[in-house]
Design a protein around this ligand. Structure first.
Ligand code: HEM
Length: 422
């Protein structure tokens, strides 16, 4: 690396701090070593930056400058045949094969689906909700509809059993074989696989239907051969199921928590929704969602591995270095002015500096589900607020905790106060 990058010395200590106190550790290292800084980790050295001009360099560099970061670390969860491990042309082709249900013109369909399922969920809800659990059910139903065409309760149970056994200790280190937590996880993972392969086989035996699994099993390459092998489909499905529901549900839980903590904003938004009931991509509803993803991002780092020497500011990063465009550092930069405050109005005035806000990552690997996630967050928020308001029953969480690979609020209870009818 040309100009020397500064950072802590011990890979063991910095990995432990990253697992246990990620929020404060990253801000502390930036204050101590500057931006970018070099962090030794058990997965190798990683350069962290949250500076907009460097983030832009990462996202604008041609795709062949990067390889996926430590695909082996995520292998126990999504295998090695998903988008996360694919590179170059194969990555582009796979994205194209998966994308149709997730692009802009599919959103009116999803708006109707999400509105109907949210209304059904509100009808069942009591005066008190556990926001993470409530929105997790809804988000899983959406992603199951996307993949299988309909919700699948037995499958949800197996997926939850697997997810609840994921532990960072075997994601941050590939030496997992002797880890008892990993062995516990592996049993639940095997049961999920059996269900996935059964569904893949059944979908293949039927004619093509309008669902992502069916599109994948029937996709052909230019020679008329199957585009995906069964194992690859398993891996893509695991990735989509996990990436597609925990993230959105966790962000939705934060939206509800921030609204309960800011009743004035909530009243203003409710008034706006009465005046213009359709969720819009502009206005306070969108700003509430955008500010929540800024203040409480569920994915904290966008990681790549350098595959060709990469110029990053005054540094040239050698092949093999990890590079993290840090959502957490960028969203907590001084340019936001009091970044820990939740203020949706930031998104109502002025324009953003490119590279300062990227909850969905960027470049060739930008989140493929971003449009669906934003639609879901806006429609779900609008539906709940059309029928009542979220209220604090106890001190509300402010800081996130780690849930596997994402970050979300600790368990808490929220009140839901319904409007009186008539
Ligand atoms: C609030 C919700 C969500 C957030 C914050 C989020 C965030 C992210 C981020 C930061 C990445 C990495 C991007 C990069 O490397 O540049 C990513 C990738 C991905 N996300 Fe999302 N995501 C969300 C919802 C979804 C949904 C709803 C789906 C699918 C139904 C999805 C599927 C994926 C997939 C498949 C990838 C890998 C893309 C690739 O490697 O080409 N995500 N997401």
């Amino acid at each position: 690396m040309s100009a020397a990058l500064q950072g802590p010395r011990s890979a063991l200590i910095s990995t432990a701090q990253l697992v246990r106190e990620p929020s404060s550790s990253l801000l502390k290292w930036r204050a101590q070593y500057g931006d970018p800084f070099l962090l030794p980790t058990l997965n190798g050295p990683v350069v962290f930056t949250g500076r907009p001009e460097l983030v832009r360099q990462i996202f604008n560099a041609p795709a062949h400058f990067f390889a996926p970061f430590e695909p082996d670390a995520m292998a126990p969860v999504v295998g090695t045949g998903s988008l996360l491990s694919a590179t170059g042309t194969a990555h582009r082709q796979q994205r194209r094969a998966i994308a149709p249900g997730l692009v802009g013109n599919a959103m009116p369909f999803w708006t109707r689906q999400i509105r109907a399922l949210t209304q059904a969920q509100i009808a069942q809800a009591g005066a008190q909700i556990d926001p993470r659990a409530t929105f997790m059910d809804a988000a899983l139903e959406v992603v199951e509809r996307l993949i299988f065409g309909a919700p699948d309760p037995e499958f949800s149970r197996l997926l939850r059993a697997m997810l609840s056994r994921i532990h960072p200790s075997f994601l941050f280190s590939t030496k997992r074989r002797l880890n008892p937590l990993y062995l516990h996880y592996a049993r639940a993972s095997k049961a999920l696989d059996a269900a996935l392969f059964a569904r893949i086989k059944a979908a293949k035996a039927r004619a093509q239907e309008p669902a992502m699994l069916s599109a994948m099993v029937h996709a052909k390459d230019p020679d008329g051969q199957d585009f995906f092998e069964a194992q690859q489909i398993r891996d893509q499905l695991r990735l989509l199921l996990i990436a597609g529901h925990e993230t959105t549900a966790t962000a939705q839980a934060w939206v509800a928590i921030h609204l309960a903590a800011h009743p004035q904003v909530q009243d203003q938004l409710r008034a706006e929704l009465q005046a213009a009931p359709k969720p819009a991509s502009k206005g306070l509803l969108a700003a509430v969602v955008d500010e929540t993803l800024r203040r409480s991002p569920v994915v904290r780092e966008v990681l790549r591995e350098v595959a060709q020497p990469l110029v990053l500011g005054a540094h040239t990063l050698p092949v093999g270095t990890g590079v993290a465009a840090s959502v957490w550092l960028a969203h907590n930069a001084a340019c936001w002015g009091d970044p820990r405050a939740w203020r949706p109005e930031r998104f109502l005035k002025g324009t953003l500096t490119p590279g300062s806000y990227f909850p969905f990552g960027g470049g060739a690997r930008r989140c493929i589900g971003a449009a669906l996630a934003l639609t879901q967050l806006r429609v779900t928020t609008a539906e709940w607020l059309k029928q009542g308001r979220f209220v604090a029953l106890e001190p509300l969480p402010v800081d996130a905790e780690r849930h596997g690979v994402i970050f979300g609020p600790p368990a808490c209870a929220l009140g839901f106060e319904r409007d009186r009818l008539g």
